[in-house]
Design a protein. Structure first.
Length: 95
């Protein structure tokens, strides 16, 4: 038997970071971004600025290994969100 888990939706492509808010709004209005620590500068420059008129988003960084304790630490930083978006590579999406 093989079991494979994946995100409900996966988006990548040119300039997608400028459009991620519009896409996420299809699923809810309060967005939580889990961002690779080395991409936070790009996140702030491309995504966070699209929320200049609202504060209905939260961004936390994730760096490290995937473990129950690290996932629990990330979850403890999260406020209530309708949509969770992984912004970065595999580990960030795994969280």
């Amino acid at each position: 038997m093989r079991i494979w888990g994946s995100p409900g939706h996966y988006v990548q492509g040119n300039n997608v970071s400028e459009k991620v808010r519009m896409y996420a709004n299809r699923f809810g209005k309060k967005h939580l971004y889990i961002v690779d620590d080395f991409l936070m500068k790009m996140f702030n420059e491309k995504v966070a600025i699209t929320y200049a008129d609202e504060n209905d988003f939260q961004a936390i960084t994730f760096a490290g290994i995937i473990s129950h304790s690290n996932i629990a630490k990330a979850a403890s930083k999260c406020n209530k969100a309708d949509v969770v978006i992984g912004f970065g590579g595999g580990k960030t999406i795994d969280v």
